[in-house]
Design a protein around this ligand. Structure first.
Ligand code: SAH
Ligand code: MG
Length: 219
């Protein structure tokens, strides 16, 4: 945490280290710190909400939530909590412990709620249990920050982009996770979203691991 340029953010994240280590998920610490730093440093329109697509058990939400809480900004974290394709049985990122024995479905909602509770982020994080595109299409208004980390299939990723990116205010930020330039390292859809944003008026400000963060220009 020493490398963080904002001491207050650094000490708040440090205080959550144990919880971060104990939380299931897919956000390496260096990328989580970059994500939190970008949100915290984004003082354009802190009255506008930040949106996270893909809560899972709340690992990335801790990083974003800590930054949002310090800013007095609200973070809406959206997930249907039944897992992406790669979280289903037979896929690489399946965790059998997350299967609800009654419905037979993956269910991460109770873990997510627990994480928000333990992280003391209940005043900041609004839990939205929904399909991200459906919710995006009914959400009216501008947003200050968007983190896309939901389904990575072609249709899913493109429709997350289409339903949410136009809502980002000028000067606001778009973060995309799992951007792999080399197809042998991972699926290409997030990379395509990243390229699309650069051709549609966004400018890259941060790259850390597979995380890319872009700022929306004024055109
Ligand atoms: N950000 C998390 C990881 C997210 S994994 C972390 O840091 O650990 C991707 C999540 O996207 C899964 O929890 C899955 O349920 C969710 N997801 C996939 N498609 C979705 C959709 N169409 N609507 C809502 N959530 C979706
Ligand atoms: Mg991810």
């Amino acid at each position: 945490m020493d490398q963080i340029e904002y001491p207050k953010l650094g000490s708040e994240l440090l205080a959550k280290q144990e919880l971060i280590r104990a939380t299931k998920g897919f956000m390496p610490p260096d990328e989580g710190v970059s994500l939190a730093t970008a949100l915290y440093g984004c003082n354009a329109a802190t009255e506008l909400p930040a949106i996270e697509i893909g809560s899972y058990a709340g690992l990335s939400t801790i990083y974003l939530g800590v930054a949002a809480q310090l800013q007095g900004r609200v973070l809406l974290s959206v997930d249907h909590h039944h897992g992406s394709e790669e979280n289903q049985e037979g896929w690489d990122y399946h965790d059998p412990a997350l299967k609800d024995p009654v419905s037979g479905k993956i269910d991460t909602l109770y873990l997510f709620r627990r994480t928000i509770e333990l992280a003391a982020l209940g005043d900041t994080v609004i839990i939205v249990v929904a399909n991200s595109q459906k919710y995006g299409s009914t959400f009216n208004g501008e947003i200050g920050f968007l983190f896309i980390d939901g389904g990575h299939g072609h249709e899913q990723a493109q429709s997350d982009y289409e339903s949410w990116v136009s809502k980002i205010t000028v000067g606001g930020l778009l973060a995309i996770h799992d951007v792999f330039l080399d197809p042998s390292l991972g699926g290409q859809e997030p990379y395509h979203l990243y390229q699309r944003s650069l051709s549609e008026g966004f400018r890259e400000i941060t790259a850390q691991g597979s995380l890319r963060i872009m700022r929306k220009g004024s055109r």
